[in-house]
Design a binder for this molecule. Structure first.
Ligand code: ATP
Ligand code: MG
Length: 376
């Protein structure tokens, strides 16, 4: 793909999207996570039991070696400077992450990607989960000899070889594979094991305004690869009593990844999923999360909708399976909110604006002018 068909619109006085403040410390020398970081303070405000961040182990690597320089041997020397000084890539990589299972990560990955793609934007979806639900949900069966993200992570294929088209216009996929379960172990001894995905997608970043990574429900080496490759995190959270459980763990992990590997990593937003507007509980959870995440919580919420649950068994995103359903409309709204936050106008939005303008002009030309006084 050579031409880029989307337009980035930014008011003259607005700061560029990639330079807006990040949640995680991105400047200065490497330092230990602080309990006074904005998210930690917010966590305390929400009366979360936040454990001492310095005692939280970061994946297995924390336990491998005692000092930072030996702890992360694949990054020689460990420096966050080069990443900060690197030019901002034009495509935005978003990791859809939450270590809790069944919160709607895959549903969000498929349907958000499809909503963006059907609005005319070229989108790449990468299935980083050994369950390969994103791949299956888009109608692709398991295939033993298909190149997948597993080959990409192990350096056995390039990203160009791994990308396949889907039944959705403008939506491309790097399929997952059940072999990924083994990749966690196989990668441990490999060079630059945390940077495998980041390095692999670098050549094609400019071709897509958004690259979405569907992560497994674990904070393992696969998720770490996604966090290191990402510019921002999109966190789906189920609207339930236990929604805030595990946030402190997620936040401290992100803090540590940001400091050790990816200083420009930020929180893109949190989206509430499986919302049932009729219950008080849903409203309370939404209010709690709004308190906690402030404007990082998307105003769009995803309702509990049976069409969203049915669509994967038909191998289709909900916008194709049932475009008029509440689920389809919610993901279209979420896509629009994401584009607005990133100051991007899609070809679809541009077309709709032009049509509205033409309709307004046509209505104006057919409107009769009435002269005062009316009855003469
Ligand atoms: P895992 O952690 O196992 O990867 P996940 O976070 O990716 O899970 P999904 O697979 O997207 O979660 O969703 C879990 C289940 O909930 C699926 O059966 C899915 O169809 C259903 N589901 C997700 N979102 C909704 C929704 N808004 N309304 C109804 N059902 C939903
Ligand atoms: Mg999933």
């Amino acid at each position: 793909m050579t031409s880029i068909r989307y337009v980035r619109v930014r008011p003259a006085n607005a700061s560029p999207p990639h330079s807006r403040p990040h949640i995680f410390p991105s400047n200065g020398p490497r330092k230990e996570p602080s309990l006074s970081s904005p998210l930690c303070l917010l966590a305390r405000k929400c009366r979360l039991q936040l454990p001492n961040l310095q005692t939280i182990p970061l994946f297995h690597v924390e336990r491998l070696a005692p000092s930072p320089s030996t702890r992360y041997p694949s990054q020689q020397p460990m420096s966050t400077k080069s990443a900060q000084q690197a030019p901002t890539p034009p495509g935005r990589v978003l990791a859809i992450v939450n270590q809790k299972g069944g919160v709607g990560k895959t549903t969000t990955a498929i349907n958000l990607a499809a909503a963006l793609a059907l609005d005319g934007l070229p989108i790449l979806l990468i299935d980083c989960d050994p369950q390969a639900n994103t791949t299956g949900g888009l109608g692709l069966k398991q295939a033993a000899n298909r190149i997948s993200i597993y080959d990409l992570l192990l350096g056995q294929a390039t990203i160009a070889e791994a990308i396949i088209p889907t039944n959705v216009d403008n939506l491309a996929l790097v399929p997952g594979s059940k072999n990924l379960i083994g990749a966690n172990l196989e990668l441990v001894s490999q060079d630059r094991r945390e940077f495998r995905l980041r390095d692999a997608i670098q050549p094609i970043r400019a071709e897509y305004p958004f690259i979405l990574l569907d992560c497994p429900p674990a904070l393992d080496l696969l998720t770490l690869n996604a966090l290191v490759a990402a510019d921002g995190l999109l966190v789906p959270m189920q609207s339930e009593y236990f929604a805030l459980e595990g946030i402190s763990e997620l936040v401290s992990t992100l803090d540590r990844v940001a400091q050790a590997f990816n200083p420009t990593l930020g929180l893109e937003g949190v989206v509430l999923t499986m919302v049932d507007d009729r219950t008080n509980l849903s409203q309370q959870v939404a209010a709690n999360l709004r308190d906690f995440f402030k404007d990082k919580l998307f105003t769009t919420t995803i309702p509990r909708n049976i069409r969203l649950a049915e669509a994967p068994s038909h191998g289709q995103p909900v916008s194709i399976y049932d475009p008029r359903s509440r689920g389809a409309e919610a993901y279209i709204d979420l896509a629009a909110e994401l584009l607005a936050r990133n100051h991007i106008e899609s070809p679809g939005a541009k077309r709709r604006a032009e049509e509205a303008k033409q309709q307004a002009a046509a209505a104006k030309s057919t409107r009769k002018l009435r002269l005062w006084p009316y009855n003469k």
